[in-house]
Design a protein around this ligand. Structure first.
Ligand code: PGA
Length: 252
């Protein structure tokens, strides 16, 4: 298995200009020697440019937390893929559970964003995951499969390789309740089998699947040791240099 692990920090709606730049500078200093893991941070839109500047010359990539699917025009409050590219983004998070469940994004909307992001040359971090009630009703496979299928509709096998899928059980996000290693690996394996059905086995083997939901330095190593877990999407713990560096140190 030759997938390089990928750890991304989702800063969500946190920090201010000064603290975002300070965090980025701290990560650059701490992670200078890291080469075995791909690393990205996803600050709020207003701080992308300043954080991008702080990351310049480092191996840490810049990502955004969302985007809109239209090219440009009268879409008040929205941000285009081209704008994100322009400001130095490599990655964009799409379909995060907070956007699905707080803002109300649908699979169809996320799919439109996915197609646009890929066409614009951004690498999507495409989030899927079940609610607690869905897990309790044993609907995890059904829910996650639907999200993966609809979110990747119209994406070719060649383009699918540009997508990182992030499996984030909603009940594990920001709750301190991390999925067990078995629960996480089981869903990751299911997603990879589904990708093999949708595309082909080589594509499924090449695609990275991150785990997200209460990942910390203390639990990262056992999660990242799993065969089908290719990295982590980290919220709370990505706001602290030592915690985030500790997660990266736990990668295989
Ligand atoms: P958390 O968030 O690490 O704070 O649980 C993860 C995420 O929402 O991506």
């Amino acid at each position: 298995m030759s997938r390089k692990q990928f750890v991304a920090g989702n800063w969500k709606m946190n920090l201010n200009n000064a603290s975002a730049v300070k965090l980025a500078e701290g990560l650059v200093a701490k992670l200078a020697g890291n080469a075995k893991v791909d690393v990205a941070v996803c600050p709020p839109f207003p701080y992308l440019a300043a954080v991008g500047k702080a990351l310049a010359g480092s191996k840490i990539a810049l990502g955004a937390q969302d985007m809109f699917y239209e090219e440009d025009g009268a879409y008040t409050g929205e941000v285009s893929a081209a704008m994100l590219k322009d400001v130095g983004c490599t990655y964009v998070i799409l379909g995060h559970s907070e956007r699905r469940h707080v803002i109300g994004e649908t699979d169809e909307l996320i799919n439109r964003k996915q197609l646009k992001a890929i066409a614009a040359g951004l690498l999507p971090i495409f989030c899927v995951g079940e609610l607690l009630a869905e897990r309790q009703a044993e609907e995890t496979t059904e829910v996650v499969s639907r999200q993966v299928r609809l979110g990747l509709e119209g994406v070719s096998a060649a383009d699918a390789r540009k997508v990182t899928v992030a499996y984030e059980p909603v009940w594990a996000i920001g709750t301190g309740v991390v999925a067990t290693v078995q629960q996480a690996q089981e869903v990751h394996k299911m997603i990879r089998q589904l990708l093999a059905e949708m595309y082909d086995s080589a594509t499924a083997q090449a695609m990275r699947i991150q785990y997200g939901g209460s990942v910390k330095a203390s639990n990262a190593a056992e999660l990242l040791a799993c065969e089908d877990i290719d990295g982590a999407l980290v919220g709370g713990a990505s706001l602290k240099v030592d915690e985030f560096a500790g997660i990266i140190a736990g990668a295989r």
